[in-house]
Ligand binder design. Structure first.
Ligand code: IMP
Ligand code: MG
Length: 179
């Protein structure tokens, strides 16, 4: 496993993001909406880096039917989403890759009548993005490499790693998959 972004670098950028959110949402009714499962580590750290009143909610998005990096269909489960009427929502995900997940989530949230929706991610794979949307907040732009850790998985493994790493072939085999 090659370390791409260290635990210390993540901590620093998440702290900065928390400060930015605290400034921009100081007088707004904020709900941070974490996208399961990849955002859980970032969600836990980010909310403790903020100093404004906020609510936490969860939504589930899964891409399936394709290969590791080219999923074909998106399924959104919004059954856990609370009332968001009139609230300012910040969707929080682990990574903005093609961007299709975020576009699908924005569409799904319309039914909840929030006042305003913005998006935040830990990682943005800029070379892969293929939608007319950019994340409002991001911590790191990264090249087109498959990464795991800090919530991101391969075959549901590696989410617990405190850093962002690039798995090698043997890591992937150990995780029960294939490159
Ligand atoms: P999208 O392409 O922006 O819709 O991202 C789809 C989903 O693919 C993300 O929410 C992640 O769960 C997953 N994904 C994309 N790139 C990576 C990666 O490098 N490592 C792990 N998961 C990834
Ligand atoms: Mg995900």
């Amino acid at each position: 496993m090659r370390v791409m972004i260290t635990e210390q670098e993540i901590r620093e950028r998440v702290r900065e993001l928390g400060e930015k959110i605290s400034t921009e949402y100081s007088d707004r009714p904020l709900t941070i909406l974490g996208v399961l499962t990849g955002s859980v580590v970032l969600l836990a750290d980010l909310i403790r880096a903020t100093s404004v009143p906020l609510r936490v909610a969860l939504i589930q998005a899964s891409s399936y039917g394709g290969t590791r990096t080219s999923p074909t269909a998106l399924s959104v489960n919004s059954s856990l989403v609370p009332d968001l009427t009139g609230r300012d929502v910040l969707i929080l995900d682990d990574i903005f890759d093609t961007g299709k997940t975020m576009v699908g989530l924005l569409e799904s949230l319309k039914a909840f009548h929030p006042r305003c929706v913005r998006t935040a991610v830990l990682l943005w794979k800029t070379d892969r993005t293929c939608v007319h949307l950019e994340p409002d907040y991001f911590c790191f732009k990264i090249p087109d490499e498959f990464v795991v850790g800090y919530g991101l998985d391969y075959n549901d493994e590696f989410r617990h790693l405190p850093y962002i790493g690039v798995p090698d072939e043997s890591d992937l085999v150990k995780a029960g998959g294939h490159a």
